[in-house]
Design a protein around this ligand. Structure first.
Ligand code: COA
Length: 173
């Protein structure tokens, strides 16, 4: 297999990212969410990553800013997703490379934690853990078990609290 290159998106990639999301998900909601996130103040251009294979975009992941409200106040953490790999290239480790790259890039940007809503079995293998173990929940209609999280700074989630996903995500959850 040719090496995968993971890099930050550029404006030239938007259409290709749309195609990846439309092919990976059954429906337009995720592609729409990515477009809307780009326009929102939650968006971090350096954390919207594409996976390239032979110069073609075959995967995408976006991490955006969300507040974590606890009794100690509010801190900004990262919400991972949507994430997608084109079906013809899935199960080849591209999703794993995207997550590892996202975590590696988030750390130097000084974010203290990452949360993910959905597919807990997939994310646990990368070191994400059930968020409820820290007493962290989210304002989404998902089961408790579906929220996983990773501390980038030790103890960052120890105060628990609620992740406030922006309304944009309500189209998915
Ligand atoms: C989930 C997804 C991003 C994984 O990408 P990938 O490149 O296939 O991932 P990897 O090759 O690194 O890992 C594959 C493993 O992921 C797991 N996996 C794949 N899809 C999964 C899902 N929907 N739920 C749980 N685990 C899943 C499987 O265990 C698989 O292992 P296998 O290859 O031994 O069967 C990709 O399958 C996809 O785009 N799915 C549709 C969109 C989606 O559900 N996105 C995630 C939620 S936002």
């Amino acid at each position: 297999m040719h090496p995968i290159k993971v890099r930050a998106e550029t404006a030239d990639d938007f259409r290709a990212i749309d195609v990846v999301n439309l092919s990976a998900f059954q429906g337009e909601a995720e592609a729409q969410l990515v477009s809307e996130l780009r326009k929102s103040d939650r968006f971090i251009p350096d954390l919207s990553l594409v996976a390239e294979l032979n110069g073609r975009i075959v995967g995408h992941v976006v991490l955006s800013r969300v507040p974590l409200h606890s009794s100690a106040g509010a801190v900004e953490v990262l919400a991972l997703g949507p994430m997608s790999v084109v079906p013809s290239q899935s199960h080849r480790g591209i999703g794993s490379e995207l997550i590892e790259a996202a975590v590696a890039r988030a750390k130097p940007l000084c974010y203290s934690a990452i949360v993910v809503a959905g597919h807990p079995d997939y994310y646990l293998r990368f070191g994400f853990k059930p968020a409820k173990g820290w007493g962290v929940s989210a304002n989404l209609s998902i089961p408790d078990d579906a929220l996983t999280a990773m501390e980038l700074v030790e103890g960052a989630l120890s105060g628990g609290g609620e992740i406030e996903y922006p309304g944009l995500f309500k189209a998915l959850f």
